[in-house]
Structures are given as structure tokens and as C-alpha cells.
Ligand binder design. Structure first.
Ligand code: AMP
Ligand code: ZN
Length: 116
């Protein structure tokens, strides 16, 4: 597994800083967002360091890519069978603040559209 020394999500993967972990396998980690924007707000990340969705999509195996989205769907549905939202911010214009790919899974409240 390749991690970056100064990346905050790599630190969570390595156990250098604490997070509330929901699930983990060799390729993927699911944990609670520290500053939740919905009653359920979890982040699904690859355990290897990759900056954003574009870089992941061009480097991941089909299994790795599928696993990430399957876990987002699993925890979204579990939290809210009536509906949930999966968000990926890529780049500063989209509001990305942590440059290790993460899928936000938001559930447990009505969601408005379009997003801000
Ligand atoms: P983004 O703006 O899409 O890059 O989202 C980054 C997310 O990471 C935000 O929702 C933060 O609340 C969350 N976050 C930042 N640091 C931590 C941490 N140490 N543990 C859990 N979530 C975090
Ligand atoms: Zn990282």
C-alpha cells in the first residue's frame, strides 16, 4: 500500500490519527466525517494515496473502482432506504479541501438540488 507522509487521510489509513471507522478492507476504508453535514455523513476512500477521482479512474483496477462505489451505495442505503447522496469534489473550484480521493455519503435528511 502506498501512502503519503503528510496526507491526513493516509494518516487515518495508517492509524497515525484516530477516526471512527465503519469498515476496512485492503483497498478501501469507510469512516465518519469529522464535521458531518447530514445525520449520516461517512467518507469512502481508497487506502492507497490518490489525489482525486480523475487520477483514480485512470489508475484503478475495475475491482478497486467498483468496490469504492459499492461501499458508498451499501452505507447510503443502510442509513436511509428512502434516498441518500454521494458527492465527490474534485479540485478547488468544486470545494475539495483534502487531496486524497473521498466519496461523501450523506443521508438522513432531505437534500436540495442543485447543490451549491
Ligand atoms: P472535501 O471538501 O470534499 O475535500 O471534504 C473533506 C472532508 O473531510 C470534510 O467533510 C471534512 O469534514 C472531512 N475531514 C477532514 N479531516 C477529517 C478527519 N481527520 N477525520 C474525518 N473527516 C475529516
Ligand atoms: Zn493520502
Amino acid at each position: 500500500m502506498s501512502t503519503e507522509p503528510n496526507c491526513i487521510f493516509c494518516k487515518i489509513v495508517r492509524g497515525d490519527i484516530q477516526a471512527v471507522e465503519i469498515a476496512r478492507d485492503a483497498e478501501t476504508l469507510v469512516f465518519k466525517d469529522l464535521n458531518p453535514k447530514a445525520p449520516t455523513h461517512v467518507l469512502v476512500i481508497p487506502t492507497r494515496h490518490v489525489t482525486n477521482l480523475g487520477d483514480f479512474a485512470t489508475s484503478a483496477t475495475p475491482h478497486e473502482l467498483g468496490n469504492l462505489f459499492a461501499l458508498a451505495a451499501k452505507y447510503g442505503r443502510e442509513a436511509s432506504p428512502g434516498g441518500y447522496r454521494v458527492v465527490v469534489n474534485e479540485g478547488p473550484d468544486a470545494g475539495q479541501t483534502v487531496f486524497h480521493l473521498h466519496l461523501h455519503v450523506l443521508a438522513g435528511r432531505p437534500m436540495s438540488w442543485p447543490p451549491g
